[in-house]
Design a protein around this ligand. Structure first.
Ligand code: CP
Ligand code: NVA
Length: 314
């Protein structure tokens, strides 16, 4: 596929402009259409894509592997425990070696600086499959789902009420909301604050796009008249899960359930990146209820990741 984005890394959505992100979604919609009608779209013919995951994954790993296969490429799953990385080989050596073999590397890891180091030492595109800071693949699938369910033209009037960890998924949705001029109200107990790098992006750009990203301790304020309720775990992988007991106490009042959804608009949709924890950030009747679009959202991970690969891999 011809594209002006060939060879670029995909590390955070903050590195891309509105037109780029619209291109990712337009191509995602096109690839989804082609898949549904059975039209071939082998944009990765003969390419080998490595996948190096240092945290668990169901959706991201599977959708990348399946997507690469739809595109006619080969996905090669790397096991960090079985690599010399586990015996102390530096990232800068690992990255330069992998660059000689692979056409792109998809990485799920902890700090954003780790993925930045790979990107620095590799010529092939490095794609962020989740770090502590951001989850840009999730952000694209979220935007695609919002456009499919609420219409892409309604941008400015949309209100998202977000409940859950102020971590990768929240940060990517803040960036999307900032770029597309959404109103995103984030409910959280005081002391759980966004990363300064993301918050600076929000503050520097909201004025231009008309976005309104608000942090509140008041769950009702976040959910009141929301078009979208977006829930995420209270205890993300990595650091946050180490303090799970404390978080279960701190976040107890921040649940999306049959009472708190009454604050939202009648036609609201319920989104969640998954995995979700019933009885914590949301209840079974909400995720299984008529407003829930979580499985369409999960499916869109496949289409958006295929678009990222088709547009970036040379
Ligand atoms: N939403 C998401 O990234 O899911 P996985 O952790 O299963 O990949
Ligand atoms: N915020 C969650 C997202 C999982 C896909 C985490 O990092 O664990």
């Amino acid at each position: 596929m011809r594209s002006r984005l060939k060879g670029r890394d995909f590390l955070t959505l903050m590195d891309f402009g509105r037109e780029d992100i619209e291109l990712f979604i337009n191509v995602s919609l096109e690839l989804k259409r082609k898949l549904y009608i059975g039209e071939a779209h082998r944009h990765l013919d003969g390419r080998t894509i490595g996948l190096l995951f240092e945290k668990p994954s169901t959706r991201t790993m599977t959708s990348f592997l399946v997507g690469i296969s739809h595109l006619g490429g080969h996905g090669y799953q790397l096991n960090p425990q079985a690599m010399q990385l586990s015996r102390g080989e530096p990232i800068k050596d690992t990255a330069r070696v992998l660059d000689r073999y692979l056409d792109a590397l998809v990485i799920r890891t902890f700090g954003q600086e780790i993925i930045e180091e790979y990107a620095f030492y590799m010529n092939s595109p490095v794609i962020n499959a989740l770090t502590d800071l951001t989850h840009p693949c999730q952000g694209l699938a979220d935007l695609m789902t919002i456009w499919e369910k609420k219409g892409r033209r309604r941008s400015r009037s949309l209100k998202i009420g977000y409940v859950g960890d102020i971590w990768n998924v929240c940060h990517s949705l803040m960036v999307i909301s900032t770029i597309f001029g959404y109103r995103m109200y984030v409910a959280r107990p005081k002391g759980y604050e966004p990363d300064p790098r993301v918050w600076r992006f929000v503050e520097e750009n909201s004025g231009y796009t008309g976005a309104e990203v608000v942090l509140t301790e008041d769950l009702e304020e976040a959910l009141r008249d929301a078009d979208i309720i977006y829930a995420n775990t209270w205890h993300s992988m990595g650091g946050p899960e180490m303090e799970k007991e404390k978080r279960l106490r701190d976040w107890r009042g921040y649940q999306v359930n049959s009472e708190t959804i009454k604050f939202a608009k009648e036609d609201f949709i319920f989104m969640h990146c998954l995995p979700g924890y019933r009885g914590e950030e949301m209840t079974d009747e909400v995720i299984e209820g008529p407003h829930s679009v979580v499985f369409d959202q999960a499916e869109n991970r496949l289409h958006t990741e295929k678009a990222v690969l088709a547009l970036l891999v040379p």
